[in-house]
Design a protein. Structure first.
Length: 255
């Protein structure tokens, strides 16, 4: 059985994930094999269509790596496709208001909690058609991760945390820096202090908070700040950096 994100956070010491920005199952398998606990398959910035998700999800499951999908937006169809394909949850970008949070939960959960379209013959239910436990189990285990990444989301954050059903938040420092007029300045106190305060507030509400990690040192720092889970900046970025370092050492003799 596939783990839930909740189970990973509760049972794994310093749970780390990876943004998947390439439509490559082999990269996902390597991510799982090397010990990453979960992945965020990126349909917001990734350059593939939705049917590829199932292949990436299967690759993650091969190595017991929990797959979630970042959908392009708060869209009923995109959320349904991701979850029906077997994703353990969805990451909802650009959550900026109470209404956004409620919409995200509505399309991710079956009635009576939400209004997700119900079909028991999908991959998420192993194609069986059996519905004795599927809908109830999905409502319990499917993660709805609200991505707070702009000034409006920060301003509405306290109210968002009070929305019924909110269990996970995640912070986008790049978008936040852009919305604050300091693009890319992730170390600026206006970015870092704002995120630290949101982590503190989430913990006080019993909500799991996640953060982007740009490198191992940054990742450890955010765990020290109280984040419950960290997602590495991405397979594409990691591969780029490894290639650049390799070529630099060979061409320039860098130590």
């Amino acid at each position: 059985m596939q783990k839930s994100l909740r189970e990973v956070i509760r049972t794994v010491d310093r749970p780390v994930g990876m943004f998947v920005n390439t439509a490559c199952p082999e990269m996902v398998e390597i991510t799982g094999q090397t010990g990453f606990d979960f992945i965020f398959i990126d349909n917001e910035h990734g350059s593939w269509s939705g049917e590829t998700n199932a292949h990436l999800i299967r690759a993650a499951e091969t190595f017991h790596c929990v797959p979630l999908v970042r959908v392009p937006g708060i869209d009923e169809t995109a959320i349904k496709y991701a979850l029906d394909s077997g994703a353990a949850g969805v990451v909802i970008p650009g959550v900026s208001s109470v209404e956004d949070a409620r919409e995200a939960i509505k399309w991710s959960k079956f009635a009576p909690v939400g209004k997700r379209g119900a079909c028991p013959y999908v991959r998420a239910n192993h194609y069986t058609g059996k519905s004795e436990h599927y809908f109830e189990d999905s409502n319990r285990d499917v993660a709805v991760v609200l991505l707070i990444e702009g000034k409006a989301g920060v301003e509405a954050y306290d109210d968002i945390l009070n929305v019924e059903g909110v269990e996970y938040v995640f912070f986008g420092p790049y978008d936040l820096s852009v919305s604050l007029g300091i693009p890319g300045q992730l170390e600026d106190p206006r970015v870092k202090d704002s995120i630290k305060e949101m982590i503190r507030k989430a913990k006080a509400k019993g909500v799991y908070s996640g953060m982007l990690g740009v490198d191992p040192e940054d990742t450890l720092d955010w765990f020290d700040c109280g984040a419950d889970y960290i997602v590495q900046v991405g397979d594409m970025s990691m591969y780029y950096r490894m290639c650049a370092q390799w070529v630099d050492r060979v061409k320039n003799g860098a130590k």
